[in-house]
Design a protein around this ligand. Sequence first.
Ligand SMILES: NC(=O)c1ccc[n+]([C@@H]2O[C@H](COP(=O)([O-])OP(=O)(O)OC[C@H]3O[C@@H](n4cnc5c(N)ncnc54)[C@H](OP(=O)(O)O)[C@@H]3O)[C@@H](O)[C@H]2O)c1
Length: 263
Amino acid sequence: MKIFITGASSGIGKALALEYAKRYNNNDTSIGLVARRSEHLHKLQELLEKSYQVKCEIYPLDVRNSAALALAANDFMQKHGTPDVVIANAGVSRGTLTEHVEDIVAFQAIMDINVLGLVHTFQPFIAAMRQVKRGQLVGVASVAGIRGLPGAGAYSASKAAAISYLESLRVEMARNNICVTTIAPGYIRTAMTDVNQYKMPFLMDATVFAHKFANAVENKRRFIVIPWQMGWVARFMRLIPPFLWDFAMKKAPHKKRLDWDWL
Ligand SMILES: NC(=O)c1ccc[n+]([C@@H]2O[C@H](COP(=O)([O-])OP(=O)(O)OC[C@H]3O[C@@H](n4cnc5c(N)ncnc54)[C@H](OP(=O)(O)O)[C@@H]3O)[C@@H](O)[C@H]2O)c1
């Protein structure tokens, strides 16, 4: 099994790397890990190789850099062959308000990382997957992409774009026998949600989530919300007419606007 994962230095991506190492615990398994914080990737590589005997490559880079991702993808394929699964999971979330000029830079970063990051991750693998006529591209969206959440315009818009983009890609790839899976997480306990000071319904542990995620990938699901309870919430959200949505969201909690040194 060969897997390539972005956003692997923490949270969901790290939990996925561990889940895949446990699931395919042998010498034939190779995992490629991408994120910016190289010290986190080094630690994870050591753990995966020592405790699970899998082969592990790390690529400290920014998913906004398409050339860096292409180099990483080619290096991984040269060493291990065409991956079975590529997971574009890297993402950021911050509160944004259009009325603040300083938030424009945050809008740009969130769209670049959460949307173009998917394109940059998948693009270098498609020709190779086409040639072998197999492979799976997995994109991480969010329930926040189903409707516009107040105070999170950039994040909601980026995840709505991710959902539509992944659907286009799914249809485009079908004739090459390449599957595309969209995973829309509800609330998962990671650094991204640790900062939220409001109640998060059906909050799920990242390890439990990663197990369900890998099952969904194995079953070649087209679109899935995890946890399933949030799936019903998402279905309901889609049906609510705009005037009712506005009413329901009037007092909704806003995600914090923070300093932009994380960019
Ligand atoms: N947690 C939730 O409840 C939840 C809900 C819905 C969707 N999601 C989505 O799940 C994905 C993972 O989030 P998480 O909850 O695991 O948050 P997290 O713990 O903050 O992890 C985010 C990961 O993305 C990486 N990343 C961020 N910007 C990057 C960039 N420019 N280039 C390369 N890597 C980058 C981070 O690594 P570096 O900082 O080291 O680069 C980190 O590994 C995101 O796409 C998020 O939108 C999460």
